[in-house]
Design a binder for this molecule. Structure first.
Ligand SMILES: C[S@@+](CC[C@H](N)C(=O)[O-])C[C@H]1O[C@@H](n2cnc3c(N)ncnc32)[C@H](O)[C@@H]1O
Length: 179
């Protein structure tokens, strides 16, 4: 998988549980996770609503010779037509006013034994300028009826990106398996 992007850690951990199957990445951005998973052997479909991200995604997929589809849509009202082995949405759902609706849609369209993999910012996030910040344990509680394989809440290491100065995020992340 030479040249494939490095995913965020929670997505890399999917390989501990699954190494093939279908993946839907909601809010895939430029594809650090989706292209990694495609290069790892998954059949990957992506959704994003930002043209710049979609164009960068397509160019990177082309440059790296990695097959992965991306379509332009708003994940808040995206009609998921299939059931997937894995549905991923990292660093996206705090941009959505009603993430519970998206999570319900993800859960409904996941195959039995399939995974949902999510990371979000919580109310402890130093920057509170997001549409929705999660309460402590809120993300875990949405998956009470699934097996929780991984759940963490933590303050990230210092990051620097998008013309922002050094900053940290307070993150909740989960890998949950449909029973
Ligand atoms: C911080 S980036 C995260 C990208 C990727 N998931 C990752 O972890 O690298 C957030 C992405 O979510 C997308 N996004 C935000 N709101 C969205 C919506 N309502 N529908 C579709 N995509 C959305 C943005 O365009 C952006 O690409």
């Amino acid at each position: 998988m030479t040249g494939a992007p490095i995913p965020n850690k929670i997505v890399g951990n999917i390989l501990l549980y699954k190494n093939a199957g279908t993946v839907l990445d909601l809010g895939a951005g430029w594809g650090r996770n989706a292209l990694f998973l495609a290069a790892s052997g998954f059949k990957v479909t992506c959704v994003d609503n930002n043209d710049n991200q979609i164009n960068t995604f397509k160019q990177k997929a082309l440059d790296l010779g990695i097959a992965a589809n991306i379509e332009k849509a708003n994940i808040e009202d995206y009609d998921i037509t299939w059931s997937y082995d894995v549905i991923v949405s990292t660093s996206v759902l705090h941009f959505i006013k009603n993430p519970k609706k998206v999570i319900d849609n993800m859960k409904e369209h996941t195959k039995t034994s399939g995974l949902n993999v999510i990371s979000v910012f919580t109310k402890e996030n130093p920057d509170r300028n997001f549409d929705y910040l999660f309460e402590k344990n809120e993300l875990r509680n949405y998956y009470k009826d699934w097996e929780i394989l991984v759940y963490n809440e933590y303050l990230s290491d210092l990051e620097q990106h998008d013309n922002l100065g050094p900053h940290r995020h307070f993150i909740a992340e989960i890998i949950a398996q449909k029973i």
